[in-house]
Design a protein around this ligand. Sequence first.
Ligand code: FES
Length: 124
Amino acid sequence: MSLQIDDYKNMKAVSTKLCELNQIDNNGSAAFVAKRNGKKESFIVIRKEHNVFVYLNSCPHIGTPLDFSPGRFLSKDKNFIICSTHGALFRINDGFCISGPCVEQALAKVPIKIIKGTIFIITN
Ligand code: FES
């Protein structure tokens, strides 16, 4: 599905506001809860340079949230997303696990649109 910024009115029907871009530090992370398709879910938001990556906050190993303290998802060097339960490392750009018990699995990437500094998750 491809949406244009001009389709803002239509987007309201297929997206949910997640957060404001300025709520996340550059090279930082945060967690937000939003309703997607009628179900409350927790989302990982990573901001890196000019890019934003959003994943479902559920480790592919056993399905637990990844953060060791609320909203903290990054390894010390800030190059990977780390799961606090068993230390799996995931690439930021695609959520692919490169180390740990769920190696070669991936976080569930969530499609987003950013409009005027607001991040929306696309819900269908
Ligand atoms: S629950 Fe994430 S690595 Fe085990």
